[in-house]
Ligand binder design. Structure first.
Ligand SMILES: [Zn+2]
Length: 238
């Protein structure tokens, strides 16, 4: 009996995954049309849904010089449920996809994992973000988007000269805790716990770079969070 259940489950999951992959392919087709058609006609990448939650990446684009006409995009199963995360990761991988097909296909590459996030990537990301919103595609959006909304993370809001800045992390290391405490004590920073995915593409807590929102709406949102957060509540979350 349990064998039967297992079989049914496996069969059902296969169908679900096949459907999800087909949906992703059609989403990819739309994104290619919308954001890359000025560069040419590109095939939809082969899409593979993978399931290894322990790995750091949520999506990746693999280019293999035995198959120069296309790339393979792997997407972690965990992010499928959240539409915004899914589209963000897909858009990120499509920039790599087009980069490979456009700029790398005549080069002699061995099986090659995606190249960094250089000029091509950044220019294309800026173009997409102008429409989709700030940081929709970022250098790290395939690695650092939170996979599910039921997990709290820490958001540190720090007043800077140019306005309120933010950084975030899941579980702070002792170094990050020091950084947080220093900034609360000396820089009027405040710390909150949140599940809101809006901030997880920003810089990580403790790095030298700060993320400062540019849009009016998102600025207001951060300001509200800052005003609501009290310093005492902040320290107790550590
Ligand atoms: Zn990337």
């Amino acid at each position: 009996m349990s064998n039967f259940i297992q079989q049914i489950t496996q069969k059902y999951q296969k169908t679900v995954l096949a459907k999800a992959a087909a949906n992703l392919a059609s989403e990819a087709r739309d994104l290619l049309k919308k954001y890359f058609s000025d560069l040419g006609d590109f095939p939809v990448p082969k899409i593979e849904i993978v399931n290894n939650p322990s790995s750091k990446w949520l999506g990746r684009c693999i280019y293999n010089n035995r198959d120069r006409g296309n790339t393979k995009v792997q997407i972690q199963r965990t992010i499928l449920a959240d539409e915004k995360s899914r589209r963000r990761i897909l858009a990120h991988e499509l920039v790599h996809h087009v980069d490979f097909l456009l700029n790398w296909s005549d080069k002699d590459l061995k099986s090659y994992r995606h190249d960094g996030h250089g000029t091509f990537f950044q220019e294309r990301a800026a173009k997409i973000n102008a429409i989709e919103g700030e940081n929709f595609v970022s250098k790290t959006s395939d690695e650092e988007i939170i996979q599910s909304t039921d997990k709290d993370y820490l958001l540190l809001i720090i007043p800077r000269e140019r306005g309120l800045a933010f950084q975030w992390t899941f579980r702070p290391s002792s170094k990050q805790k020091e950084f947080i405490e220093f900034n609360i004590k000396n820089k009027n920073a405040r710390l909150i716990k949140t599940k809101d995915l809006d901030w997880t593409h920003g810089k990580k807590i403790g790095t030298n770079a700060y993320s400062i929102p540019l849009g009016q709406e998102i600025k207001e949102k951060l300001k509200k969070l800052y005003e609501q957060a009290s310093t005492s509540a902040a320290t107790s979350t550590l």
